[in-house]
Design a protein around this ligand. Structure first.
Ligand code: NDP
Length: 332
C-alpha cells in the first residue's frame, strides 16, 4: 500500500487524484502548499494528516513512498528533482516542465535512481481510447491515413486563472492540452510527429497567452494529424476521428476526464457501435502506477512519454510563433 505526499494543493488532486489514490488502497500523508493556512484547510477538507509549506520537511518523511506533483507547471522540475533526490517515486502532472531539457533531466534522474516516474496523461487510460487503439491494431479500418482531434472546450470558470494569464507558470492551451493530444495520438498510432505547422490565437479568454490553437502534424509513417485545442468553445463537443483505407473510427466526447462518450466504426459493412470499458481514467492511472511500483508492468504514461508529448507541444508553440514548419526535437 503506497503512502503518498501531494506536492500542490490543486484542483486536479481534489477532483480526481485523492479519490484515485484511496480507491487503489493508498494513504495520503501530507499536502504541500506555498501558503500555510491553505495547506491546513486543504488537509482538513480532504482528511490528509498534515498540511506543510516546506518541501524538505515533506520529503524528509520516511513513510512517504511516492509524491504526486500537481503544482503550476514551472514548479514541476525543481520539485521532481528534490523528490527524486529524496528517493521518492514520482507521478508528475503534464506538462512535465516548461522546457524539454528539464523534462529529460528529471526523467533521467529518476531512471538513474531506480525510481518509478510517470506522467499523468489520463486519456490513454480511458476505456474509449484503449478500445480505439485495439481496433486500429486489429486492422478494423485498414491502414490509417489520417487522424483528427477536436479538443476545443470551455475552460471551467474555477480553472480560469494562471492558464489564461501567466506564461511564466506555463499557461496557454498548447502547454495544457496539446500535450494531451500528442500523448493520445502517440498512444493510438505508436508514433509521434516528425514536424508540424500551427497557428494560435487569443480568442476571448487568454490574456497574453494563446487560448486556441490548430496544428497539422506529419507522422513518420506518412499519416497526417490535424488538431484543434481551445479554452473558449462553450458549445463544442470533443471528438477523436481516425480514417483508414477500410473504414473510420468516429469517437465523440472522449477527450474528457470522465469515462464517457460514444464510438462508432464505419466500414463497407455499415455502422456499428464500438463498446468500451467505463472504468475511471485516473483510477486506472494509479492502478498501473501501483503495478509498476510492485514490479508488475509500467505506468500508463512513463517519463519518456511525458518528454515526447512536451516535445510535440514545444514544436507546435514554435511553429505557431514563427509561422514555419517546425521539426519536433525529442532530444534523443
Ligand atoms: P490549480 O490552479 O488548481 O492548482 C495549482 C496551484 O495553484 C496549487 O498548487 C496551489 O498552490 C494554487 N491554488 C490552487 N487553488 C487555489 C486557490 N483556491 N487559492 C489559491 N491558490 C490556489 O491547478 P490545476 O489543478 O488546474 O492544475 C495543476 C497541474 O495539474 C497543472 O500542471 C496542470 O497542467 C495539471 N492538470 C492535469 C490534468 C490531467 O487530467 N492530467 C487536469 C488538470 C490539471 P499553492 O497552494 O502553493 O498556492
Amino acid at each position: 500500500m503506497t503512502t503518498w505526499g501531494l506536492i500542490g494543493a490543486s484542483s486536479i488532486a481534489a477532483e480526481q487524484m485523492i479519490g484515485a489514490f484511496r480507491s487503489n488502497g493508498g494513504t495520503i500523508k501530507s499536502v504541500l502548499s506555498s501558503d500555510s493556512a491553505r495547506a491546513q484547510s486543504y488537509a482538513d477538507t480532504h482528511g490528509i494528516a498534515k498540511g506543510v509549506t516546506s518541501l524538505d520537511e515533506m520529503l524528509a518523511d520516511p513513510d512517504l513512498d511516492a509524491v504526486y506533483i500537481s503544482t503550476t507547471n514551472e514548479k514541476h522540475f525543481a520539485q521532481a528533482m528534490a523528490a527524486i533526490a529524496a528517493g521518492k517515486h514520482v507521478l508528475c502532472e503534464k506538462p512535465l516542465a516548461t522546457n524539454i531539457d528539464d523534462a529529460v533531466t528529471m526523467v533521467q534522474a529518476a531512471k538513474d535512481a531506480g525510481l518509478v516516474f510517470a506522467t499523468n496523461h489520463h486519456l490513454r487510460n480511458a476505456g474509449s481510447h484503449i478500445a480505439i487503439r485495439d481496433a486500429i491494431k486489429a486492422g478494423k479500418i485498414g491502414r490509417v491515413l489520417s487522424v483528427r482531434v477536436h479538443h476545443a472546450v470551455l475552460l471551467p470558470k474555477h480553472l480560469q486563472g494562471w492558464r489564461l494569464t501567466s506564461p511564466e507558470a506555463g499557461g496557454g492551451v498548447i502547454a495544457d492540452i496539446v500535450v494531451h493530444d500528442a500523448d493520445t495520438v502517440g498512444f493510438q498510432l505508436g508514433e509521434y510527429p516528425v514536424d508540424v505547422v500551427a497557428m494560435s490565437a487569443e480568442s476571448g479568454l487568454g490574456q497574453g497567452v494563446e487560448d486556441s490553437c490548430m496544428s497539422i502534424w506529419h507522422m513518420p509513417s506518412g499519416v497526417m494529424v490535424q488538431t484543434h485545442e481551445s479554452f473558449t468553445h462553450e458549445y463544442a463537443k470533443t471528438a477523436f476521428e481516425v480514417y483508414g483505407t477500410e473504414g473510420a473510427i468516429l469517437a465523440r466526447n472522449v477527450m474528457t476526464p470522465a469515462p464517457m462518450g460514444e464510438i462508432e466504426i464505419v466500414t463497407a459493412s455499415g455502422r456499428a457501435a464500438l463498446p468500451f470499458s467505463g472504468h475511471g481514467l485516473y483510477d486506472h492511472a494509479v492502478k498501473l502506477f501501483e503495478g509498476a511500483l510492485a514490479g508488475k508492468g509500467r505506468p500508463g504514461a512513463d517519463g519518456v512519454d511525458g518528454i515526447k508529448s512536451l516535445a510535440v507541444a514545444a514544436a507546435v508553440a514554435q511553429a505557431a510563433k514563427s509561422g514555419q514548419r517546425t521539426a519536433v526535437d525529442f532530444k534523443g
